[in-house]
Design a protein. Structure first.
Length: 252
């Protein structure tokens, strides 16, 4: 029996047959505004609430903004940081400005995977982390696709080796068909893709689990919504993109 880690996203564990298999490194990919950051924060928050320490690495937003945005959903990151159960790794500011005084974990050069991994390793050990989210891994390899696979393997070895289950956020263009490039897509243990589609003048949110090593999973594209409480997936309905329709799973 594989141990599973609950995503903390209502409906999501149902389509993963119970959750993410422990120690999997999962690529959470999607275009701009699809909900990747919120999903990743919700995953970390759910762990904290269940007594599993976590690390949130931010390369896309200022750590102060990360805490503020999480709090808008009722996820008080700061209180867990103060308890030593959560580490926010600042790979955004480069240690410039006030962040150098306030942030405990700072990556000076976010394009240097070696530095990022050594700060990450320290953060994981300090809080005894079980869950990791990196938002995002894209800057680590965007200008060097030939080494993307190697970087992802190193990252995966580090995270799984320390017993962590992780979400690696990856950015793609709005209408891109792939998930993050061949090296990356094959290296990771799972791929969850979030989408935003404009149909008849309206945006629709949906997600699909493209792969998840170690478990069976839903083979359907499910609608989801973002509310003041975060992300909620509808495991009982299918979003049929081509028709712009949400239909019950059994009728599909
Ligand atoms: N309280 C809320 N209620 C409903 N929707 C919200 C709320 N807060 C944010 N959103 C939606 O979530 C989107 C942002 O989600 P998120 O930051 O997770 O996107 P992302 O995939 O990380 O994007 P990017 O790649 O640009 O970082 C907003 O564009 C908005 O549509
Ligand atoms: Mg984001």
């Amino acid at each position: 029996m594989v141990e599973r880690v609950s995503t903390g996203v209502p409906g999501m564990d149902d389509i993963l047959n119970g959750g993410i298999p422990e120690r999997n490194a999962v690529l959470l990919t999607g275009g701009p505004g699809t909900g990747k950051t919120i999903f990743a924060q919700q995953f970390i928050w759910a762990g904290l609430e269940e007594g599993e320490p976590g690390v949130f690495v931010t390369l896309e937003e200022h750590p102060v903004q990360v805490r503020r945005h999480a709090k808008e959903f009722g996820w008080d990151f700061q209180s867990y940081e103060e308890e030593g159960l959560l580490a926010v790794v600042d790979a955004f500011t480069g240690g410039i400005g006030r962040a150098s005084q306030y942030e405990k974990y700072v990556v000076k050069d976010p394009t240097d995977p070696g530095e990022l991994m050594s700060v990450l390793r320290k953060a994981i050990k300090d809080v005894d982390a079980r869950r990791i989210a990196i938002d995002s891994v894209t800057p680590l390899y965007i200008d060097k696709p030939s080494v993307a696979r190697r970087i992802m393997f190193r990252m995966k070895r580090l995270l799984a080796g320390l017993g962590c289950t992780s979400l690696l956020v990856n950015q793609i263009a709005a209408h891109e068909r792939g998930f993050g490039g061949p090296g990356v897509e094959h290296a990771v243990d799972g791929i969850i893709r979030l989408d935003l589609d404009e149909i008849d003048g309206r945006l629709w949110r949906s997600l699909i689990v493209w792969k998840m090593r170690g478990t069976a999973h839903s083979m359907y594209r499910h609608p989801f919504e973002i509310t003041d409480e975060g992300i909620k997936v509808d495991p009982e309905h299918v979003f049929v993109k081509e028709r712009g329709e949400i239909v019950p799973l059994k009728e599909e």
